[in-house]
Design a protein around this ligand. Structure first.
Ligand code: NAD
Length: 339
């Protein structure tokens, strides 16, 4: 591993290219973690919006006590520009442009023209295979998927995905580094389309749509069931711990009979196809699976933001190693008592 990549202080400058919804929250997360952020917004409209969005994230983070200092302190480390050459000294660049292979390819060329040969490059792609993306670059060994969850400055999720040609040592380095960003990261050592969570969630989206399309339940009923089942335990545990907690043999029995009945379709379902063909984007334009007034759509956005901060506080109270911590605390108490 290149010496310059060994510790966080050496990775002071991080580039973010594409300042839409996610680019802004990723930039916020990195600023909070103490990095200098060179944010490239190649689309002029983003240039104007991005600073407002990032400032709003930082303001709210201060209000929620996620950070100790006022936005100005972090904004000093932010440069927003249209100019790719500003990325020159970045040790790591995170591409966060729209999910379009041709656009991503042209962006990689512009990034590679300016960064040093040993700097790392990553993409926040949702589902384009990393092995495909890295083939669009001149140095595939330094290329990884870095898959964040919105809003990136509050969520603990991060998948670091290796493509077929990625250097695993560099992937391990990113895994370590991302702990400094407040993440509980996952290293996906072998490339697979959709990575981990999208594979799991898209299986759930397909089944949910199928239940509605086939008249078993309404959209509202499916959503309510999800909220109050998976929605209640998933911040504490993942699916495997959940099966452990609730009894493995029952799952074994159910799988045998249920799996053959699950939807296994390979086409995009009509329910979502119709919405998209009519221009529906969801809450963003008040037209999705549900109908919204403009006021309702805005309130849903605000409610999601409120919830992101609340759930983060709860997740921090129950970290992944909570039981290990409890055991250590007990040992300490025992040792104290025996003195
Ligand atoms: N939204 C999510 O929850 C989410 C979650 C995980 C991953 N992702 C992925 O992150 C990436 C960005 O998603 P987003 O939700 O921020 O989308 P977005 O539409 O909000 O932002 C995309 C940005 O790309 C920019 N862009 C468009 N054409 C460009 C070009 N030619 N060159 C450079 N930039 C260009 C747009 O101006 C925009 O700012 C996508 O690959 C998406 O799949 C999104």
């Amino acid at each position: 591993m290149n010496k310059a990549l060994r510790n966080r202080n050496d990775v002071t400058s991080i580039g973010v290219v594409g300042l839409g919804l996610m680019g802004c929250s990723i930039a916020t997360c990195l600023l909070i973690a103490g990095h200098k952020v060179i944010a490239v917004a190649p689309i002029p409209a983003d240039l104007l919006l991005a600073k407002k969005r990032i400032t709003a994230h930082l303001k709210r983070s201060f209000k929620e006590k996620l950070v100790k200092k006022l936005p100005g302190h972090y904004l000093k480390n932010l440069l927003i520009t249209e100019d790719y050459t500003a990325l020159k000294d970045c040790r790591l660049v995170i591409e966060c442009t729209i999910e379009n292979m041709d656009i991503k390819k042209s962006v990689y060329k512009k990034i590679e023209d300016v960064i040093s040969p040993d700097a790392l490059m990553t993409s926040n792609t949702s589902a384009i295979p990393i092995s495909l993306l890295q083939e669009q670059t001149t140095r595939p060994g330094r290329f990884f998927g870095l898959h964040w969850a919105e809003p990136s400055h509050t969520t603990r999720f991060l998948e670091i995905i290796c493509g077929n040609k990625s250097d695993i040592k560099k992937g391990e380095y990113l895994y370590k580094l991302s702990h400094n960003w407040g993440k509980e990261p996952t290293l996906v050592r072998k490339d697979i389309r959709g990575f981990i969570t999208n594979r799991i969630m898209y299986a759930a989206y397909r089944e949910a749509i199928s239940l509605v399309e086939n008249g078993y339940a309404t959209i509202e009923d499916v959503d309510r069931a999800c909220r109050n089942n998976a929605g209640y335990w998933m911040t504490l545990v993942g699916v495997f711990r959940w099966m452990d907690l609730t009894g493995v043999p029952a799952y074994h029995t159910v799988m045998k009979d249920l799996f053959p009945t699950l939807n296994n379709g390979t086409k995009v379902p009509k329910l979502i196809d119709d919405i998209v063909k009519k221009g529906g984007r969801g809450v963003a334009n008040a037209h999705g699976f549900y109908k919204y007034t403009a006021e309702e759509a805005k309130l849903w956005e605000e409610t999601f933001t409120d919830f992101s901060y609340d759930i983060r506080a709860l997740a921090l109270k129950y970290p992944e190693n909570i039981v290990k911590k409890k055991i250590e605390a007990r040992k300490k108490l025992k040792a104290k008592k025996s003195i």
